[in-house]
Structures are given as C-alpha cells and as structure tokens.
Design a protein around this ligand. Sequence first.
Ligand code: FES
Ligand SMILES: [Fe+2]
Length: 439
Amino acid sequence: MDFGEAPRPSVDTEGRLYGRPRAMPDETLVRSGPGTPGGELLRRYWQPLALATDVKDLPVPVKIFGEELVLFRGGNGIPGLLYPRCMHRGTSLLFGKVEEDGLRCCYHGWKFDAVGHCIDMACEPGSEQMGRVRQPWYPLVEKWGIIFTYMGPAERQPLFPRISICEDLGDDEEIVAVGGLANAGNNRFRTDFNWWTVRDDVMDPYHLYFLHSNLNGIQLISSWKAMPKVEFRATPDGALSYAYRDLEGGGVLLRIGQSFMPNLNATDTTSDKPCQSGVDWTIAIDDTSYRSFLLMRRKRGVPESMEEFAKTGIGSGSWGGMYKSIDEPWTLEDRQRWQSDYETQGGQGEISLHSDDHLSAKLDGGVSIIRRMFKQNAEIVAQGGDPVGVTFDEPYLYNVAAGVAILTDGKKTGVAGFDERITARGAATGIGLQGPNSD
Ligand code: FES
Ligand SMILES: [Fe+2]
C-alpha cells in the first residue's frame, strides 16, 4: 500500500509540553483545612452549616472546611455541634441517641449537652470524672432558617453580622433560606470541585454572555445574549461588577454582581425585572467539594419568578441535552455537544491549577480583586490581626448593592444602594473598562 509522502514534522521549538514545570493551585485560595492560611481566614467568620430543617430527630454528619462533625438538636430545641469521636473511647456520636438535653453515646451511655459538657454517665452515676470531661464543640447561632457556626479561636469570636436585605422587612415580606446539606449537585450543577472554582464564577459577567447565551443556545435568560459594558470595582469588603446593556426603545439595563470577603456572594437573578439580589455563601466541604446556602428576600408566599428560565433556558426542556432528565447521567458525547457550568467549572479539575492561568485585563478584573483580597486578609490573620468584616463592638453590616436596575433619563428603578456615581457615568458615556489589579 502506498501511504504517500510522510508529512514534514514541525521544527518549531517554542511552546511544547515537554519539560514544562508542573502546574499548581494557589494554595492560599484552595485549602480550607485547619491551620491553612485560607482555612484560618474562613474560621474567623460565622459560617452556614445546615438549614434549620436539615436537623430532625437524628444526629447529622456534617463536613465543613475539612472537619467532620456531628450536628444534633435536643428535644429542648437547642442545636449542638460536636466533635464526632466520643471522649470516652471514641465511638462515633453519629450513632448516639438524641435526648431532651443532649446527645448520648450508644456505647456506655455518656451524655453530652449542646456545648459538650458531660451531663450523665449511664454506667457510673455520680462519677467525679463527669465534671472533667468535655466533648469538643463549636458554638452555633440559628438565624434566617440557617444554623451558623463559628470555628475559629474563642477569644476572636466576632459578633454575628447583619445583612442589609434581611432588615426592615415589610409585613408582606419574608426571608427564605435554600441550599443546605441536601444541596449536593446533579448532572448540570456539579459541586464536586474546589470552592474557589465557583467563587471565581460570581465575578465573571462575561461567561454569561458567551457560555450561557451565545455558545449553544440561551441557557438562562435572553438579555445576556448582548455583549455588556462591564466595570469591576473593589470595595472595602469585596468587589462589585457592573454590566450595562442598552435596552431596545431606550434606557439601560444594569446588572450588579457582588462578592464579599471571604465567601459570601450576591449575584443578580435570572430575571430582567428590577430587583435586589439575595446572598449566598460558598462553603468548602473539603478541598474538592462545596455546598451553597442562599438567602432570598421576597413577598410572602410568592415563589421566585422563573418565567423566562422556564420558557427558554435549561429549565425549559428545549435547551441542548435536556432531552435527558436532569438526574440522568450525561455521556462524554452529551457534554462535548452541550456545555454549561457543568463542563466549565468541573472541567477545571477537582482543584484548579492557577499557575496555568493568564488573567485578562478585560475579563478578569473582578476575579483578580477577590483573589487578591482573600490572600491579603489571610495574611492579616496570619499576622495576628482581624480580617475585614470581623467586629466585636457593633455587628458588621454586609451592604448588598447587587441586583438589577433599569436606568432611564437619569432615573433608576430597581436595586437600592448601588453607587450612583458609577451608574450615572456608565449610563451617560458607556463604561470605561478597568483592568484587574494585578496580583
Ligand atoms: S465510647 Fe462513648 S460512652 Fe464509651
Ligand atoms: Fe455560570
């Protein structure tokens, strides 16, 4: 058989893979375990652990920042969070019995209250040892339907913070919490990778334009199909992204996304109606998985509007691979034909390799700000200081400026509290792009 002349191999010697240094993650960003710089920063804040409704009549295993813990709620209604190995001889308290005032180990019957005091020893009533035993524990606060914990040093425990959207509710409004322990992801929205992969995504308005709207059909809402003018801005406690799009018939649609230190976000909704955003926390379960908790403010009994989402997007049954149910496993071919967050986020691997990244001045201004701020605050903690948002005299206020606004003739409707100067400038002139603050 004649195979013809062999193709001539390239003699270009630049850019080949051979001998390349191994790509590495940014360790401060991706590690959340005890004693790591990022983990110590995260432990200085009250962090959501479970929805109040996640805890029923049995002890619940919870993993957060690489620590395995047992959460329970006594018959008296008080929740407790304990180190799982019983301080007697190590049986897991996951198999313990929940009682009125504590959790009783199933092996020899030592009982611990919500803050770890040993309050009964079934086999040796009245033992003097009881007062000397303490099951290691973390404090909890139950608020807005979420159980929060503080896992840092006791002497640096901050006051529980305030969130602007959770205040001054009208009689017809309510705060709704979603997410929690059951929020394990599915085919389309994976959660089995490092928490910073999804955290970056919050400050990434351009992927809404490309991936979610122009690559292979509208996945969420149709207005994202237009290229926005975007400005990123650092704030004292995080970053803002402003995305402006001209509206047909005049006016400007402004979407504002927001990121707070160290792991709280406020993203605009999948609606074009003027509104204020909710907030959500990204919680590292360990270094290769995360969960989310969302808080929304809404009119009592009115479900989140998903009209357009249901008509055109992933939720409609008409986009891409939605010929399969959301719980049905996707094949490699499915994922090669239709991409969404599943491919772009999980596609970075369990832990992204930041040494490979080439951040763009246009696209990555927000990502750059929040990565740098996280590392700066981790360094503050390492030097013995208190990071931004940690207060001891007055509760810290997270001021949510995120949401959707419509700007017409110098007036706005929609999101409250955003920076009027920036908005006026963006509406009048088209926003000048601000490059990333380089690392
Ligand atoms: S191991 Fe828990 S009471 Fe003995
Ligand atoms: Fe996305």
